[in-house]
Design a protein around this ligand. Structure first.
Ligand code: SF4
Ligand code: SF4
Length: 158
């Protein structure tokens, strides 16, 4: 078995993800939250009411058509499990916004090494936005479109 229960690494097929049409429309949230833990900041922070849960131990239910991809939930998730992807603006590139709690914090325009969920190197990527809320930053990277489902972190280089 190679599911996240055995490897600790979430796969695309483990997640509830938006369809291709929604992905092409604009930025949209990706919640890689697959455990039934008592947690709901993602519900509380979304002023668009795009995230719902019946019980606090449920995994989040996302209305992808209501989600604006604003990214506010990225910095609120204690599990660092929320990302925003934007593939609407280019045929070759996508933006991936990831939570980040390390130092040094990169700046817009920096080149970083994009990493996958296992921490393995994927590609060099440019930082296009850095936002902070509390102790967590939301850092947006521009990556090759083919890597949008792989890149979920980065390390500062240089
Ligand atoms: S990205 Fe914004 S609109 Fe979408 S779920 Fe998160 S807070 Fe709500
Ligand atoms: S805040 Fe994060 S860990 Fe908690 S339920 Fe939402 S997505 Fe899952």
């Amino acid at each position: 078995m190679s599911g996240h229960e055995n490897t600790g690494v979430v796969r695309k097929e483990d997640m509830n993800i938006p369809d291709e049409e929604r992905i092409e429309k604009g930025p949209v949230v990706i919640m890689e939250c697959v455990e039934n833990i008592p947690c709901n900041p993602c519900v509380a922070v979304c002023s668009f009411d795009a995230v719902k849960m019946k019980e606090i131990t449920d995994t989040p239910e996302i209305d992808f058509d209501t989600c604006t991809g604003c990214g506010l939930c990225v910095t609120e998730c204690p599990g660092l499990a929320i990302f925003v992807i934007d593939c609407s603006y280019s045929e070759d590139k996508c933006k991936v916004t990831v939570p980040y709690e390390y130092l040094p914090v990169p700046e817009e325009g920096d080149e970083v090494m994009a990493l996958d969920r296992k921490g393995e190197e994927v590609e060099k990527a440019e930082v296009t936005d850095v936002r902070k809320s509390g102790k967590t930053y939301a850092v947006t990277l521009e990556v090759d479109r083919k890597n949008v489902w792989n890149v979920r972190g980065f390390e500062v280089i240089g």
